[in-house]
Design a protein around this ligand. Sequence first.
Ligand SMILES: Nc1ncnc2c1ncn2[C@@H]1O[C@H](COP(=O)(O)OP(=O)(O)OP(=O)(O)O)[C@@H](O)[C@H]1O
Length: 409
Amino acid sequence: MHPPGADVVVVRHGEIGTKSEHVGTKMERRLRENLDAVLADRGVDAEIEQRRFRLWLHTDDPEGATAAAADTFGVVSASPAVRVDPTIESIREALAEAARQGYDGGAFAVSARRAGVESAHPFSSTDIEREGGSAVWNAAEAAGVDPEVDLDDPDTELFVDCREDDALVFLEKRAGPGGLPLGTQDPVVALLSGGIDSPVAAWELMKRGAPVIPLYVDLGDYGGVDHRARAVSTTETLARYAPTRDVRLRIAPAGDAVADIAEAVDVGRMLVLRRFMFRVAAAVAEERGAVGIVAGESVGQKSSQTTANLAVTSAAVDLPVHRPLLTVDKTEITARADEIGTFHESTIPAGCDRLAPDYPETRGRLGAIREREPAGLSERARAVADRLEVVEGARDGVGDRDPAEGETA
Ligand SMILES: Nc1ncnc2c1ncn2[C@@H]1O[C@H](COP(=O)(O)OP(=O)(O)OP(=O)(O)O)[C@@H](O)[C@H]1O
C-alpha cells in the first residue's frame, strides 16, 4: 500500500553491500539492468536513479513498480513513498495523510530514521516519532477510528526516512526475494520435471544469481502430454523473473532410452534413470557453457533421494549437482512454490512414479548400480542432448545475454 502522492519507490538490496567496491559496483549495475527489464516486461513506466545503497524508481505507478522490484533477485525490500520537505510540519502532514489512507484500526507505530548530517535537522528521530505519532492519532480520531499505539508489535507501521534534503514517508517494506542479481554467477542446467519441487530448486539458484537453462527429459511412453505441459508452464513462470535471459525450455527426447532402461533394469532402476538424466544435463551444460546442474531433490522425500542414493546419482557426472531443497520439508517447498507462482495442483501421476519398480532401492551402492547399467548410456545421453527441442514463444523478448557470462564475487 502506498501513501497518497507516492511517486517514488525506494528499493533496498542486501548482500551487494558486503562486496568489495569493484564487485559491488558491477553487481549494482546488473541489478539496475535486471530491474529495468522486469519493469519493461510488465509495462511499468519508471525511471531508475542510483542512490547510495539504494535504487529509487521515479514512477506514476508505485504499485506496479513495487511489485516488479519485489520480484527482482537481489532486492531485499521495496517501499512506495511520498517525498516531503524535511521539516516536522511536512512530515506530520504526510503521516496524517498516510494514516487516512492506510490506518483503519488496531495498533500503530511510527518508525523514523534520520540519515545524513546530524546537524541538518533541529530534531531527532525520536522527535519525529513522537510528533508524527500524535499527527496519526489525531487523523485517526478525526476519521472515527479508535487509535492505539504499540511500538513493539504494531498492526500498522508508518515509516519516515528523514534525510538532509527531503523526507520519505511510506507504509510498507514489501519483501523482495533477496539473494544476488541474476547473471552475477555462471549458469546451470535446471532439471525440471513439471513437479512441485524442481521449479522451486531452479528459482533458488536464480535467486543466488545463477541463470538457468531449463531442461525437461521427455520420458516417452512413461511421461505424458500433461506432464510436459506442466514443465512448459512452470518454465514460463520462471522466465517472468528473468526477462534478460533465454529461459526457454529445452526438451530432451529420451523415450527410447528410458524404455530400454525400464526393460533392462529392475532393482535400482530409478537410480539408473536419474544417472542418465544427469548425463543428459551434463551434455547440455557442456554445449551451453553451464557449470552445474540443479535438481529438486530433498533427503528422504523419495526412495531415490536417500543420502545413499543421492551419492550414487551424483557420481554419474563430474559437474556438481546442486540441490537447494536438500533439507527443506515438503510443506515448506509447496508454500514456496505457491509464493513464486509455480505451484500447480495436479493429480496427474508423474512419469517417474509409473516407472518405479515394486521394490525400489533405498541404499544403492555405486559399484552394483554401475554393473546393472546398460552399456553405452553416456553416449546415448549425449545423442539425446544433441536433439533438443526448444520450446519457442515461452516469453516474448527472450534475453540475449550469453549464458556463460557471469561476474562472480
Ligand atoms: N522428466 C524429468 N525431466 C527433467 N528432470 C527431471 C525429470 N524427472 C525428474 N527430474 C529431476 O529429478 C528430480 C527428482 O525427481 P523425482 O521424480 O524424484 O521427483 P518429482 O517429485 O517427480 O519431481 P519434483 O522434484 O520436480 O517434484 C526432480 O526434482 C528434477 O530435478
